[in-house]
Design a protein around this ligand. Structure first.
Ligand code: ATP
Ligand code: MG
Length: 284
């Protein structure tokens, strides 16, 4: 049987037992798609632009499940090869309930002694630290969390964010958040002016979506081709996902598992329907 519907590097998976292949389907993968690549290219250009008094900043805006954290992960991977150092922080990962300033200093790797100072401002040695480590940007996932805290905290965070992109730090702030982040930025005209806002679009019936589905299918360990990009399957996926990346990926994953467990080895409309009604009901 032809295996050309699966990419070379993953063909060995077709020989694995169903149980192993189900585990593989569950794993998150990265598939290049134009909207993610565009965002990544813009961020790279911002970070690699010459130093400016006002460092350019960007907010990548997308609703829940639009693929923001996946772009951040990809950026982490790509930026390891750049000369410019990029620091990452996720505001939802805050078990110690730290204030933005402390989270930021922790992400920067600043010494604990620097962090514990009670002053709400940034420590004086920070600019030196940034220069020595060649830090050019700070990437913040769940950016809306920074802007939606109580009023006093919010004012402090906004003031720190303004400070970071100006002298002496000149850091580009790259935020990833929902429209709540955009609305919060809109309340501060000075901050808003510094940010380029880039929206992550939903999927529509387009060549790009067809290409994404074809590329996703090449990664699935199914022994028969499904042609996810064909008219019927594509329309089904669009209709029941509302064009949201997370919904599309979940539907494909669950339908692939149905196809594996049933022995069908290809995703059909029936598999998708079963995946929608009983996503976790499979027996192995
Ligand atoms: N380019 C991509 N290729 C393949 N899968 C992707 C891609 N982008 C996102 N996904 C998948 O879509 C799902 C949702 O993505 P992600 O968690 O990045 O969205 P998000 O916008 O950060 O969501 P939230 O708003 O809930 O934080 C994940 O399962 C992820 O693996
Ligand atoms: Mg996320």
């Amino acid at each position: 049987m032809s295996e050309s519907h699966v990419k070379d590097s993953r063909r060995y998976m077709l020989e694995l037992p169903v149980k192993e292949r189900v585990k593989i389907v569950h794993q998150d993968i990265w598939v290049d798609c134009p909207q993610s690549l565009l965002a990544l290219r813009m961020i790279k250009n911002i970070i690699q632009s010459p130093s400016q008094i006002q460092a350019p900043c960007m907010l990548v805006c997308g609703e829940g499940g639009s693929g923001k954290t996946s772009i951040v992960k990809q950026l982490k991977f790509l930026s390891r090869k750049w000369d410019e150092h990029v620091v990452f922080m996720a505001l939802n990962e805050n078990p110690g309930n730290l204030h933005f300033r402390d989270l930021f200093l922790e992400a920067m790797g600043a010494a604990r002694s620097t962090r514990v100072k009670i002053k709400p401002t940034l420590p004086a040695e920070l600019s030196e630290f940034i220069a020595i480590r060649c830090v050019r940007a700070i990437v913040i996932d769940e950016f809306h969390d920074a802007l939606l805290s109580n009023r006093t905290d919010q004012a402090k965070t906004l003031s720190i964010l303004k400070g970071l992109s100006g002298e002496p730090y000149c850091l580009s702030v790259i935020g990833f958040g929902t429209s709540l982040a955009r609305n919060a930025l809109r309340h501060d005209a000075q901050l808003l002016r510094r940010y380029y806002i880039h929206d992550l679009p939903k999927w529509t019936e387009s060549e790009n979506f067809r290409a994404f589905l074809a590329a996703y299918e090449e990664n699935l360990p199914l022994r028969k081709p499904s042609s996810l990009y064909s008219e019927d399957l594509l329309k089904f996926l669009l209709m029941y996902s509302d064009g949201v990346m997370d919904n599309v990926v979940k539907l494909i994953k669950h339908a692939a598992i149905v196809a594996l467990v049933s022995g069908e080895e290809q995703i059909t409309i029936d598999c998708l329907q079963e995946a929608m009604s009983n996503p976790w009901a499979y027996k192995m």
